[in-house]
Write a protein that binds this ligand. Structure first.
Ligand code: HMG
Ligand code: MG
Length: 302
């Protein structure tokens, strides 16, 4: 089997991870986390969102986070922008990439962004046009690509439908998101294959929440299809405010261990990454959600 020899991890902990934290997280902690992640070798970092602070209060300091980062050459900083208001706030902070986030489930679209799938495309289209005009890359997230907290199983064709709409409005990359972590390898492959009808393999990524503990298996299944980009969250931070019970994305540490163990390069220093996870979980007063971090931290102290 020919697996990719190099994989890019998009660190989404500062956004997808922290957006779900109930306690206020100081801007300085978010900035320090991003500094540590880039020092550990992450080249793509999803830093924050420009969404309604009434809906997601934790991301209200997006502009301050972007202003606080000491940018490292070669690192790409992305932000979520659901509409023109979000784009206008985002562009002032000079992101390298923006993310428009739609859903393969009508109900989740309503709950998450307060509009239907068709309406979401009308909102995204001018955002995508403005970003392309400004030379900012546009990535799409397609939520509920396997299952929805409201509708249950989602047919793969729905992923294809949304991927096609995203392609039509000028989106350059499709992220296939298992929002609630219900996917298993063949189902995730079926969702990815739908996105691959519209986007080249280098522009399709996997975004797997680990609620059912299936995310690493789903990463392996994705590698088998040649997928070489994954969104991951340091120490498994996070969940989704509109997907009750969903846990965070698969832990970056766990994916790095899985990849390095098979000779797949990531450019990431696992020890420094573990320290970044220790830092943020320490600030939150929580244990790590990464099994690899737990094992290697125990080894360090023994
Ligand atoms: P809406 O209510 O339909 O928007 O919300 P609206 O245009 O009618 O505006 C209503 C109010 O929101 C107005 O303020 C606007 O100014 C304000 P008011 O007059 O009431 O004071 N507003 C904004 N404020 C700041 N930034 C903005 C913005 N837009 C409007 N961009 C909206 C639509 C999308 C804004 C809202 O539903 C929202 O913010 N939802 C939150 C979505 C979100 O952040 N979800 C979590 C991220 S997605 C995710 O985690 C999934 C992902 O990880 C993949 C996966 O795992 O599935 C990506
Ligand atoms: Mg997510």
């Amino acid at each position: 089997m020919n697996l990719p020899t190099r994989v890019t991890l998009v660190e989404v902990g500062p956004r997808d991870g922290l957006q779900n934290e109930k306690q206020p997280v100081p801007t300085e902690v978010k900035v320090e986390l991003i500094q540590r992640l880039q020092a550990a070798g992450l080249k793509e970092i999803e830093a924050t969102s420009f969404v309604s602070p009434k809906w997601v209060p934790q991301m209200a300091d997006g502009a301050a986070v972007m202003a606080g980062i000491r940018r490292q050459p070669g690192v790409r900083y992305s932000v979520l922008t659901p509409n023109m208001k979000g784009w206008e706030a985002a562009i002032a902070t000079r992101p390298d990439e923006i993310v428009v986030f739609g859903s393969a489930s009508e109900t989740f679209s309503q709950k998450n962004i307060n509009c239907s799938i068709a309406e979401s495309m009308e909102r995204f289209a001018p955002v995508v046009a403005a970003a392309r005009e400004a030379g900012v890359k546009v990535r799409a997230a397609i939520s509920c690509a396997v299952g929805c907290p409201y509708e249950g199983p989602i047919a793969p064709e729905k992923v294809g439908y949304v991927a096609g709409l995203m392609k039509d409005i000028g989106v350059q990359h499709a992220g296939v998101a298992d929002t609630i972590g219900v996917g298993t390898p063949r189902k995730v492959q079926a969702a990815l294959e739908q996105a691959l009808k519209y986007f080249p393999v280098a522009e399709v990524s996997g975004h797997y929440h680990d609620t059912y503990g299936m995310a690493l298996a789903n990463v392996m299944a994705s590698l088998e299809l040649g997928i070489a980009t994954f969104d991951t969250s340091v120490s498994g931070l996070g969940g989704c405010p509109y997907a009750k019970g969903a846990t965070g994305n698969v832990a970056t540490e766990d994916v790095v261990y899985l990849l390095h163990g098979q000779g797949i390069e990531t450019g990431i220093d696992l020890d420094a990454l573990i320290d970044a996870g220790v830092f943020v979980r320490g600030a939150l007063g929580q244990p790590t959600g990464s099994r690899v971090a737990r094992a290697l931290l125990a080894k360090r102290t023994s």
